[in-house]
Design a binder for this molecule. Structure first.
Ligand SMILES: Nc1nc2c(ncn2[C@@H]2O[C@H](COP(=O)(O)OP(=O)(O)OP(=O)(O)O)[C@@H](O)[C@H]2O)c(=O)[nH]1
Ligand SMILES: [Mg+2]
Length: 431
């Protein structure tokens, strides 16, 4: 991938270099402020802007494993809370056509033209196969004109979504690109920058850091979190992990159980619910034996309830389930029979960020037949972009509880935090 890094005084300067070196289709991959100069430990150096841009290819290396959880945003007091609350609410409301950007409008205008052109081309094809030499001359001219029109349409189409386009101030345009590059759906990215544009003064729009933090804090208001098991009411916390096959449910149960024991010194019990009938619980049985905690396999709700009642004096009960394809209605029905009650058990749906957005949407819709209290995203270490987490959180309005970032137990587990999530999308901490 053709990546270039620039240290500049301001974003305008960066844009000039990026366009010169990488062309107008270049994408901004990340931006951060850096100190430059001779001061002790670089402390008194000049603050510069470091912009990394690509010639438009996909970013491959994973940021998740490298970026430490950050509190940068918490400490930032640049923007007022009330304004962002209102903005976040507006953002979550269904949108009307009035907020369509120029890009949308251009696309909408192009559709009927494209259809018309297609019709003309078909008619021309018919004409040229049937007509005489004179008509053929005419057909030739028409074809030429048609070619020109198509060329113009291409130019129009290619203008949507690159550095030349929409009607946004430069700083917002860059951040819009960065969010899109990170996989945030275009319509969400666009709505965010448009809300921001409406609410940031012209003067502040010139300040890149201000605009970035404004967007970050808006996103932080939109994303909901549960703080994992810590967000549940004591004295007894009961968590069940549900989801499709192979997303990392059992590994995550093991990580959470270890954290509960090692970090919080809690008394833990493990349960495996067997609906897939393929005795997949051996992995968990072995782990339970190793860490000396009780473990049982149950097959239905009555058995599960009896077992939970018998664990009265345990602080944390963690329930693993068999992977269930969202398309296996019979197994889903069986799961719903067991996990249909809201309240006693906190149901977490486990999704891997390596899945396609469209498949994750189907999973969440189908698992929505039972109460889903939160979502756990796994395998962040295997993905280069994290927009899909936001797409999902915005679309389904479900809180996030944990993130997992690798196969190591118990290290590769994090309680989901807004700061961390926004950092993954906007690269606030700048690693
Ligand atoms: N890279 C990476 N691998 C992970 C992560 N979490 C789990 N895995 C791996 O994913 C694979 C499947 O993990 P499991 O925990 O067995 O998945 P599961 O959802 O319980 O699978 P089923 O019970 O078969 O549905 C294993 O190889 C895990 O080591 C993670 O955060 N990152
Ligand atoms: Mg499993």
């Amino acid at each position: 991938m053709n990546l270039k890094r620039y240290r500049v005084n301001n974003i305008k300067e960066a844009l000039k270099f990026i366009k010169r070196d990488l062309g107008p289709d270049a994408l901004i991959v990340s931006t951060r402020q850096v100190k430059e100069g001779k001061g002790a430990f670089g402390m008194f150096g000049k603050t510069m802007l470091e912009v990394t841009a690509s010639a438009g290819e996909k970013k491959k290396n994973s940021a998740a494993s490298k970026v430490p959880a950050t509190k940068v945003l918490e400490a930032y007091n640049g923007v007022g809370d009330t304004a962002e609350n209102a903005l976040a609410e507006t953002f979550m409301r269904p949108q009307t056509n009035s907020v369509l950007s120029v890009t949308d409008q251009t696309r909408n205008m192009m559709l009927p033209i494209q259809k018309e052109l297609q019709g003309i081309r078909l008619t021309l094809g018919d004409l040229s196969s049937q007509s005489n030499a004179f008509d053929n001359h005419l057909v030739g001219d028409l074809k030429h004109e048609l070619g020109e029109m198509r060329h113009m349409l291409h130019i129009l189409a290619s203008r949507t979504g690159n550095l030349n386009d929409p009607d946004l101030p430069e700083n917002l345009l860059l951040l819009y690109q960065q969010m899109k590059f990170s996989g945030l759906e275009e319509k969400f990215s666009r709505r965010l920058v448009m809300e921001a544009q409406r609410n940031i003064t012209e003067e502040d729009l010139e300040n890149f850091a201000y605009v970035k933090i404004f967007l970050a804090r808006m996103l932080m208001k939109i994303i909901k979190i549960t703080r994992g098991l810590e967000g549940l009411k004591p004295p007894q916390r009961i968590l069940a992990l549900l989801g499709p096959t192979g997303v990392g449910k059992t590994t995550t149960v093991v990580k959470i159980a270890s954290e509960q024991m090692l970090k919080y010194k809690r008394k833990v019990a493990l349960i495996s619910v067997d609906t897939g009938h393929r005795s997949a619980s051996e992995q968990l049985r072995a782990f339970a034996k190793l860490i000396k905690v009780p473990f049982s396999v149950v097959k239905d709700k009555a058995e599960l309830n009896r077992l939970i009642n018998s664990y009265e004096d345990y602080d944390s009960i963690i329930i693993d389930t068999d992977g269930c394809s969202q398309r296996n209605d019979a197994q889903l029905f069986e799961m719903r029979e067991i996990f249909d009650e809201r309240g006693r058990i906190h149901n977490s749906l486990v999704l891997s960020v390596t899945s396609k957005d469209v498949d994750m949407n189907e999973v969440t819709r189908k698992f929505g037949c039972m109460p889903i209290d939160s979502i756990i995203f796994t395998k962040l270490d295997e993905s280069a972009t994290y927009g899909s987490i936001f797409n999902h959180a915005i679309r389904f309005k479900k809180p996030l509880s944990y993130l997992t970032l690798g196969q190591k137990v118990p290290d590769d587990l994090e309680v989901a935090s807004r700061e961390r999530l926004v950092d993954l999308l906007l690269n606030i901490s700048g690693t």
